[in-house]
Design a protein. Structure first.
Length: 206
């Protein structure tokens, strides 16, 4: 496992990380669930993770996606403060991650400057993503939000073919499946997407 070229982790830190367990999750598997004690923070090696949060009415909304070399700031916060999980994390595809235990999170902050820098940058990146989501909900029409959502999924996965149901998109954008199906059909009529069963293909026009 080579991390230094991307993240500038100290050799000793890389050595410690290589000694931690690597967990494997199949596409669709639940990695973190609501209300459970978090004893580790996931550090993604391969694959994409979708992180969701639930409101008081039980409705879920997408917070952000995690891909290779990302970690979950919400999981970090719950883990460090010994709080029950306030998020749900789902494997978008087959995922490999390092399970970093609570004790190491605290120890590495004092021990390795590169880890402290990584954590701060991670919090900043997730915060900016949340701001973008709030601005999108507050100021953009749903059709614009849908296009931005699809573009982001393409960017993260590296593929123009996105495996996602209309219901899942509706959940993540906090709207109804009927509305999403109508908007996707409009995009298909304008030759921006091709719709298939439980997946779609983005064309170069989008």
């Amino acid at each position: 496992m080579e991390l230094n070229s991307i993240l500038n982790f100290e050799a000793k830190l890389q050595e410690e990380m290589s000694e931690l367990p690597i967990l494997e999750f199949k596409e669709g598997a639940e990695i973190i669930t609501y209300g459970k004690q978090l004893r580790m923070m996931p550090f993604v090696i391969k694959g994409v993770i979708r992180v969701m949060r639930r409101d008081e009415d039980g409705k879920e909304i997408l917070l952000y996606y995690l891909s290779a070399n990302d970690s979950c700031s919400m999981a970090y916060s719950c883990c460090m403060e010994s709080k029950l999980s306030e998020i749900r994390a789902i494997a978008e595809d087959d995922v490999s991650l390092i399970a970093i235990p609570h004790a190491k999170l605290d120890e590495w902050l004092c021990k390795y400057p590169s880890w402290k820098s990584y954590i701060m940058q991670s919090f900043n990146a997730r915060f900016l993503e949340l701001l973008k989501s709030i601005e999108s909900i507050a100021f953009k029409k749903l059709d614009e939000r849908l296009i931005n959502y699809l573009q982001e999924r393409r960017k993260i996965s590296g593929s123009s073919v996105i495996k996602v149901s209309h219901f899942q998109i509706a959940e993540e954008l906090a709207t109804s499946r009927v509305v999403i199906s109508r908007l996707l059909k409009q995009l298909e009529n304008h030759k921006k997407v091709i719709l298939y069963r439980s997946e779609l293909k983005l064309l170069n026009t989008i």
